[in-house]
Write a protein that binds this ligand. Sequence first.
Ligand SMILES: O=C1C=c2cc(C(=O)O)[nH]c2=CC1=O
Length: 398
Amino acid sequence: MQLSTDEKRAFVNALEQAKRTTHPDLVIATRHYSDIFGPDGNTVEFENITIYNYFVWSHYYSVSKTFLGAGQASFGGVDFSHEGPGFLTWHRYHLLQLEQDMQDMLLDPSFALPYWNFAIGGNTCDICTDDLMGARSSFDMNSLSPNSVFSQWRVICESVEDYDTLGTICNSTETSPIRRNPAGNVNRPMVQRLPEPQDVADCLQVNTFDTPPFYSTSSESFRNTVEGYSAPQGNYDPIVRSLHNLAHLFLNGTGGQTHLSPNDPIFVLLHTFTDAIFDEWLRRHGSDLAVYPEENAPIGHNRGYNMVPFWPPVTNAEMFVTAPENLGYSYEAEWPGTPFTMTEIITIAIVAALVTVALIFAATTCAVRARSHKMEGHQPLLGDQYQRYDDDKGQSVV
Ligand SMILES: O=C1C=c2cc(C(=O)O)[nH]c2=CC1=O
């Protein structure tokens, strides 16, 4: 919200260019590796993809069933990027890769992704304007205004069921427009409001990075809290959706479905803010790798594991570092303060009372001293200048 008009325009244009520019280095596989040369052994089963669509595809790939090859059932229940300690490290690298690809595309190494402070409460999407991520269409509650470039974007990886049945992987084919209806989920009133500023303050107070079973059921885990499966204070509750999850679900459309969500460019800004919270937590609580689980986390989430499907390989540990010192970026963010506890209020009241008493005492002492000095100063010594009465002589002398 604090970008200038020119900065907003430059950011939106850069996203638009990334959506249209073929990735210079990467292609995507659309079949299991054993079929990568097609049925005749001569057809390549991989495709070019644009920079932004590669960003969408890699997220889809990380959450989709693991395809074991033609004639074999796919292996589900695996999520390389969510519901585990790697949630924050995976999405951090995901953003860094997009930012780097966009810097190269723009020939501008200073290009940086901004963030959206989604913890503003209420039911208004403040960045859903045509100069930013697109206003709501006046014709259809679920669509973007035709004045936004994003109304022309088409999504990829929409047909998950087809990929499963056909035994293929999502390809680069673009299909429907982005759908978004912020605060419009009438069936789930809990996701009709954005997280509150206090939720961010509370989650930053959760001391432990992650707790067994290192999953979406973890309690008193900072990672599970900021991911949004716990109440903002850290206690796991299966009904609750908070922070990152709540912001996704609030969007109510493309941005709220895990296999599709990066197709809505709000994903980028929602995740940079989540990353900013992560970095603030590392700054406050330390980034000692010992707090990141070395084992017993879901597949792909252990400390030393490579994050799927990034290339070249990069481990969770490599992203568990403070960004300004190790990764060369920082967030210009102000963090909401935490209200005082009752004990803190009582302590502050006692200290304030003692200080007041001490000040009054000191002031009174000074005043009394000053007065006595004043009196001394003006009170002439009893001496010759005072009349004395000499009773004996019956006359007065000076
Ligand atoms: O894209 C996402 C969509 C999500 C929805 C939930 C949920 O809590 O139901 N979580 C999500 C994470 C995403 O990354």
